[in-house]
Design a protein around this ligand. Sequence first.
Ligand code: TRP
Length: 386
Amino acid sequence: MARQALRLCEVAGLSGSDSAEYARTLLTVMGPVAERPLDLPPPYASFLSDDHTPLEFSLAFTAGSGPTLRVLLEPGCEAGGLAENGRVGLRAVRAMARRWGFDTVRLDELEDLFFPEHPEGPLALWCALELLPGGVPKVKVYLNPAASGQERSAGTVREALRRLGHGQAFAALPPSDRHLFVALDLGDWNEPRVKVYLVHDDLSARKAAGLSRMTGGPRGGDISRFFRTAAGLDSSDGSDADADGLGPLGGLDARDGLDVPLDRRPGLTCHAFTEAGADLPSGFTLHIPVRDYARHDGEALDRAVTLLRRHGMDPAPLVRALSAVTGRRPEDGVGLIAYLALVHQRGKPTRVTAYISSEAYQVRPPVAVPVPRATEAVPRTTQAVH
Ligand code: TRP
């Protein structure tokens, strides 16, 4: 894990001393699990990654500069149960706050909502570190809206937003099937965000195009194009020839996969709220779980490369990142690239993010038969077999 982190730091252009510092930081935050022999099973069935490694890397790309490395982790992964997991997580975040001199007021204000005595799954607390030059990361915390029960999650999200000064924000969220995370930026951010992650069952490119609620947000056509490419629904040549300047959904039709639902693992959206009182989001992200819609990581990587190029970003660091985390060929498994995401935030350049699994415990074998274009291409008979 530390070795993966060191190599990825190098890919992200961090200096040797920053890289060493961050590798040490990860070991500290993860605690004893970092030393756990990998031939033991994972400490518990963490929801953080498919093979239950309690850590996931990601690279955030923007046009014109190198990618930023981030790492998502579960500090409480060795705790006996979710309540303890959450307490360990809170302690870890507060220790970071002391170490790097930031306050946790916004998190403290929400503690009763997200850390009840008998919390429910699928997580208690995760945190993410953005590993910037200088050795001091930016910190984000991920909380579970279903902690007090799935049926109360909408109320929990509404109340959390209200306490943070976004009284009407809940009403601005688009329709969804579940609330997955509430995330907070802590520490030295110019514009700290509170983000709400939503799950959309059977999401299609056409539906995704209508889910942004940010003012001055992305065009629907850009969202649906990203969706189709990431999910492997592009017209067969995969070229960028159908770049349409035609406004939302211009120039596309159902044959281009606009209505094909993601029916294996849902797509997600994330809505970011910034300055207090702003009840419309200032950010919108679409997350496509590419690993469930590709035969192998070679295919997932090709799509990532296409998307990065389309957005004017250099894909080379992503290719290097994959060989930094694993010795296997991309074709020999699927899941190394967990998600591809398109991020819009007011006042910032567009970002494309690739989430990279550690695969500390397991590699998911490639899918032997071609991945169908979701249900559209599956003959009815195969669906009806009982
Ligand atoms: N493993 C979970 C999932 O696949 C949670 C998760 C991990 C996640 N990394 C993520 C969700 C990145 C969105 C983006 O959903």
